[in-house]
Design a protein around this ligand. Structure first.
Ligand code: F6P
Length: 387
């Protein structure tokens, strides 16, 4: 009974909401749109879906999402609203420049008489949503999405499980051909700042070497681990590399630059022998080096956007439904200014101000790192003991 009267009160306050998907896509976006739309639709709330992320909000381009539009979306990859990486305060202009269009975005929200804007996206989206909230008296709820799994404040983002399963299956398949040919297979996995995807897929599929941005690697250590495998009669190896993995020398240079920006030019000239700073993917550079040192034939497979395509896994579908229904609950209860987070088994609101502008990287003492080390996986560094 109490629930009904609570919802009645909410219905009076919340009559219309907007939804947008922003940043890189991933499987599960449609499942979240469906869960939010169906949940609030049952309470008589109108739903506007903005097209191409914040661009649609700025340009007043949207579709109405009724029950019919929300049907059949649970398993569909991509996003029916399409997406873009454009930010309200940095919209591209036809002459190749950028313009702050925050005002236009705010105007659309108020002109349509919206009571809340729900933004589905990764770190950049959380930041843009917070920007709108501060600038325009806009009620915001966000949901964390990204195969990188690096949104701050939540244990998991939707899309991650699907990306991980795709990458793990790819490694499984590479295992058999690597073994047939006695080759080293370097697998390039997405994740430019955080290594959750490479680490989880690598552990799940038994990669012999896993390189992530959080643990700068030494080429010598990796080569030695491959040679050691050969000595033990294992003539093939799988190296899972996050796209943002960096060498120790690169990491040192990066930290030095951060400490002393004045030395920028000088630091560029000082490249160590292990430095692999280049526009070429780290996987390709690694493969060249490892082939030269080990004498083993080496091949590179870049999984790229395959990891973001296709249907979401059942685990992601369940997660998306829970994320979406919790977001709807926050909307109906007028608990604005929050991101829905999963902590343990619970879905909770986390203030957007505590999330915006932060990243959740892999802690170097995380249990996953320990697990990888104790089963003998090389993480590209020298370590003593995890116990
Ligand atoms: O942020 C998600 C992500 O998939 C990253 O892992 C990757 O570096 C990036 O997006 C690729 O972006 P785009 O689709 O714009 O090439």
């Amino acid at each position: 009974m109490a629930r009904k009267s609570g919802l009645r009160a909410a219905r009076d306050k919340v009559r219309a909401i907007g939804i947008l998907t922003s940043g890189g896509d991933c499987p599960g976006l449609n499942a979240v749109i469906r869960a939010i739309g169906k949940s609030v639709g049952r309470e008589g709330v109108e739903v506007f879906g903005f097209l191409e992320g914040f661009t649609g909000l700025v340009e007043n381009r949207y579709v109405r999402l009724y029950d019919k539009e929300l049907s059949g979306l649970l398993t569909v990859g991509g996003t029916i609203l399409r997406t873009s990486r454009n930010k309200p305060n940095k919209m591209p202009t036809p002459d190749g420049g950028y313009r702050d269009m925050t005002g236009a975005a705010i105007e659309t929200y108020h002109r349509l008489g919206l009571d809340c804007l729900v933004c589905l996206g990764g770190g950049g989206t959380q930041k843009s949503a917070y920007h709108l909230m501060k600038e325009g008296d806009i009620n915001i709820i966000t949901v964390p999405k990204t195969i990188d799994n690096d949104v701050y404040g939540t244990d998991i983002c939707f899309g991650f499980d699907t990306g991980m399963c795709i990458a793990a299956e790819a490694i499984d398949r590479l295992h058999t051909t690597a073994s047939s040919h006695h080759r080293v297979m370097v697998v390039d996995i997405m994740g430019h700042n955080a290594g959750w995807l490479a680490l989880s897929a690598g552990i799940g599929a038994g990669a012999d070497v896993i390189l992530i941005p959080e643990i700068p690697y030494s080429l010598d250590v990796i080569a030695e681990s491959l040679i050691d495998r050969m000595r033990h009669g294992k003539y093939f190896s799988i190296v899972a590399v996050a796209e943002g993995a960096i060498s120790k020398n690169e990491a040192e240079q990066r930290d030095k630059k951060r400490d002393d920006k004045k030395d920028k030019a000088k630091n560029k000239k000082k490249k160590g022998k292990e430095d692999v700073t280049s526009k070429r993917p780290v996987s390709v550079l690694l493969a060249e080096h490892l082939e030269a040192v080990t004498g083993l034939e080496t091949r590179v497979t870049s999984l790229g956007h395959l990891q973001r395509g296709g249907v979401p896994t059942p685990t992601d579908r369940v997660l998306c439904t829970q994320f979406g229904t919790k977001a709807a609950e926050l909307v109906l209860n007028c608990e604005f200014g929050n991101m829905v987070a999963k902590r343990g088994q619970e879905f909770i609101p986390v203030p957007l101000k505590d999330v915006a502008g932060k990243k959740r990287l892999v802690p170097v003492d995380h249990d996953l790192i320990k697990a990888a080390r104790v089963v003998g996986t090389c993480l590209g560094d020298v370590w003593e003991s995890v116990w």
